[in-house]
Design a protein around this ligand. Structure first.
Ligand SMILES: [Ca+2]
Length: 307
């Protein structure tokens, strides 16, 4: 069977690394390129982290592109140390590569080119702020219609955020970009929201089994999660849900089809995902919000990712 073609847009923290490794390990998908966006850490660190993950997995032939270093409006307040200052746990590592293998082409140009070369065939998986995607549709309004599917980790379903009171991290770092993408990408769009990931979290016992596998990849993952895994009561690999859905659509067993948008002006709610359940805005396009996950299949993909 022909492999599914993926392009991945990341702000590579630990969970983006987990998602990338999941795709690299899957025999049913092929990654054509990885585009980088600021987010969990600076754009330089994001690029280095992606190159580091590819090095650990012996997949340095996959091209990596540098993208947006800030939100559309600028001035995004970066320090968010969930995965450490460098995004991968602040672990000193001699093997961490420089930026020599980074492509010269800008991430947004690369997105436009790769998707045009494979129009109608590519699933785009976006696991960071949506700045690169928003820039892409501004440069080429036909970009979304050339995508097969779009998978996003971002937003929230019940108005409870993590970076702010009402906004999830990726959307809150660039609300305008999230607004543009949710309103202008009319391709089939699947969203793993913050609450969906919380509702489908895994146990720390599973996490220990995952990182204690006797492989180079598992040792790498154990190292970059060594600080993070202290005092955690459960394991939420946020970005891996969007990736798992792209790899194997049967991992997600139930969706809510709903018109969505993003609040831009609320004093308390800026960056919040808005669910127009009763379609008051009369939009014809509905996004699919993930509701249920086949956890056994998801766990298998995670275990395989480090083998
Ligand atoms: Ca991410």
């Amino acid at each position: 069977m022909a492999k599914k073609l993926l392009v991945v847009d990341v702000d590579c923290g630990v969970d983006d690394a987990q998602a990338i490794m999941m795709a690299l390990a899957s025999p049913s998908v092929e990654i054509l390129g990885i585009t980088c966006c600021f987010g969990n850490t600076s754009i330089e660190n994001v690029c280095r982290n992606v190159l580091h993950v590819l090095k650990v997995c012996n997949r340095t032939e996959i091209p990596v592109f540098r993208g947006a270093s800030d939100s559309l409006l600028g001035g995004s307040d970066l320090p968010f140390l969930h995965f450490g200052g460098d995004g991968l746990g602040d672990v000193p590592d001699q093997a961490r590569p420089g930026l020599e293998n980074l492509q010269g082409e800008h991430a947004v140009q690369a997105l436009l080119r790769i998707i045009s070369e494979h129009a109608g065939q590519i699933c785009l998986v976006a696991t960071g702020p949506l700045t690169n995607l928003a820039l892409a549709v501004k440069l080429d309004p036909t970009f979304p219609q050339k995508l097969k599917h779009l998978y996003i980790m971002g937003g929230n379903m019940d108005g409870t955020g993590n970076r702010s009171m009402c906004a999830e991290f990726n959307f809150s770092l660039d609300p305008e970009a999230a607004h543009i993408v949710l309103n202008q990408f009319l391709c089939p769009t699947y969203i793993a929201t913050l609450q969906f990931t919380y509702n489908n979290s895994l146990s720390m016992d599973f996490f220990k089994d995952l990182v204690n596998q006797n492989t180079m990849k598992a040792r790498f993952m154990k190292k970059i999660t060594s600080q993070w895994s202290h005092n955690k009561s459960d394991f939420v690999s946020y970005d891996s849900y969007a990736m798992a859905a792209a790899i194997d659509e049967s991992v997600i067993t139930d969706y809510l089809a709903c018109s969505v948008s993003v609040e831009l002006n609320g004093q308390l709610t800026r960056g919040m995902l808005v669910l127009d359940v009763n379609n008051r805005q009369k939009k014809t396009h509905k996004a699919f919000l993930m509701k249920r996950c086949d956890l056994e299949k998801f766990k298998k993909l995670l275990m395989l990712s480090l083998q």
